[in-house]
Ligand binder design. Structure first.
Ligand code: NDP
Length: 420
């Protein structure tokens, strides 16, 4: 373990090292609360101060904590239902492969059915928007606690289980980045569970509750609210339908499970990604059919690029002789793996990010152009993906060396052809 920690100290520290990590641990929760407060305020100013600073009484609520724990319990129970398939992850340092249940989409459908039953039995879904602030507080507290337990668990994990990046020896940095790559309790893979279930399904649940509240307030949901719900449900449904693809993403294969991913998965995703629906509830927008059709077209283009690029790489990584990818041009690397240099991955080096950003733009446009606030998502997300792309470049350069440099020469643009 010491050898790894020593190795880690030589690897470059990301996110500005311990200071950057400490700042992010304050800034990320503060941003979540800022957005929650601003979305419901009249001026809805992204850059201005929040309308008020909530006291502990407005943040701390035992029912909100109980609701959050019940939600976590439900998603855990659904995780343990028999899976339609058990998939293998990529090979680990010790040459083993972990197994993962593929039943996330079923969890989404069963959650929807249970919710439908609950609502028909009188469950007041429309009160959820009123609980967002204390819910976010409860989730933030549990994210800190959970990350601490993960940190302690990693202290006794074998060296082969540690992540490449979160073992610098600095506790603040390692707490943030995550020390252990795939922490597990028996068959429960904690990172895999958190990546796609409580936060992601929670996001569409919050959206739906906002739609219900809007219908209660104004008689029917607006077109903009319906579009946002539909677009984001498609995004979440797609992620869960292609759940297996998460096994080849950076989050699973490279990053340790620490505060960055815990908070991101459990708090950031549901509370900030639902910002557009929160904004629409308090700032109704009139969306004409021509504009709505135009936005749907942008969303469809983004989705097409995002899905085809991700599926192409995933199929190639799983089985390079699959007929859909066998004809593509490749570069051999010293690791024995190949890099695609034609198809989507010969167009730009991260076509999937481009598709994702185009979809993000469609979501923001749905909220009109009167406020900057709903554009927070596309702005933040572009910055996230640009930064993520740079991190991935570094990892790939370390992994593939000259072959990666050759790929970059052949495919010079990172995300946006001829521009970036
Ligand atoms: P990618 O799925 O793009 O994975 C990057 C990896 O792909 C590289 O490390 C490399 O790994 C492999 N790769 C890169 N180039 C090639 C090539 N030419 N040929 C073959 N393999 C290649 O990255 P992410 O995990 O960041 O993203 C996955 C998806 O998730 C994206 O669509 C992204 O937009 C989305 N996302 C969404 C977020 C959200 O909050 N909504 C947040 C982050 C991501 P190797 O060679 O080891 O296989």
């Amino acid at each position: 373990m010491e050898a790894i920690a020593h190795q880690g100290s030589r690897t470059p520290r990301e996110f500005g090292g311990p200071l950057g990590a400490a700042a992010l641990m304050l800034l990320l929760p503060a941003t979540v609360f800022h957005l929650l407060l601003v979305a419901r305020s009249g001026p809805a100013r992204l850059l201005g101060p929040p309308p008020y600073l909530p006291g502990l009484g407005a943040l701390w609520s035992p029912p909100a904590l109980l609701l959050w724990l019940a939600w976590l319990g439900l998603q855990l129970a659904l995780y343990f239902l028999p899976a339609r398939k058990v998939a293998e992850g990529l090979e680990l340092k010790d040459k083993s492969r972990l197994q993962y249940p593929i039943n996330g989409f079923r969890a989404l459908v069963l959650t929807a059915l249970l919710l439908g039953l609950g609502v028909s039995a009188g469950l007041p879904l429309g009160v959820l928007p009123e609980m967002l602030l204390p819910m976010a507080f409860a989730v933030t507290l549990t994210a800190f606690l959970f990350s601490l337990l993960l940190y302690l668990k990693a202290l006794v994990a074998p060296a082969s289980a540690l992540a490449p990046g979160g073992n610098s020896g600095n506790p603040i940095y390692d707490f943030f980045m995550g020390k252990e790559l795939n922490p597990r309790i028996c068959f429960l893979d904690l990172k895999y569970f958190c990546e796609l279930r409580p936060g992601l399904i929670g996001w569409v649940l919050i959206n739906l509750a906002l739609l219900v509240q809007e219908a209660e307030l104004r008689g029917s949901p607006s077109l903009a609210m319906c579009l946002i719900n539909g677009f984001q449900l498609l995004y979440v449904g797609d992620a869960l339908w292609h759940e297996e693809a998460v096994l080849t993403t950076m989050d699973i294969t490279h990053d340790g499970f620490g505060f960055m991913l815990v908070f991101g998965d459990l708090a950031w995703v549901p509370f900030t990604y639902s910002l557009q629906a929160q904004f629409l509830l308090h700032h109704p927008q009139t969306l004409g059919l021509p504009m709505a059709s135009f936005i749907c077209l942008i969303k469809a283009i983004g989705y097409y690029i995002f899905r085809s690029a991700n599926s192409q790489k995933n199929t190639f990584r799983k089985n390079p002789s699959d007929p859909s990818v066998a004809g593509l041009e490749t570069i051999a690397t010293a690791t024995g793996r190949q890099l695609l240099v034609s198809g989507w991955w010969g167009w730009v080096r991260h076509p999937n990010y481009l598709g994702d950003i185009i979809m993000a733009l469609a979501w923001s446009l749905t909220c009109g152009t009167s406020h900057l606030l709903p554009y927070f998502y596309v702005l933040y997300f572009t910055a996230l993906l640009v930064h993520r792309e740079a991190r991935d470049e570094q990892h790939c350069l370390q992994k593939y060396g000259l072959a990666w440099a050759k790929y970059c020469r052949q495919v010079p643009y990172r995300i946006l052809p001829y521009i970036y």
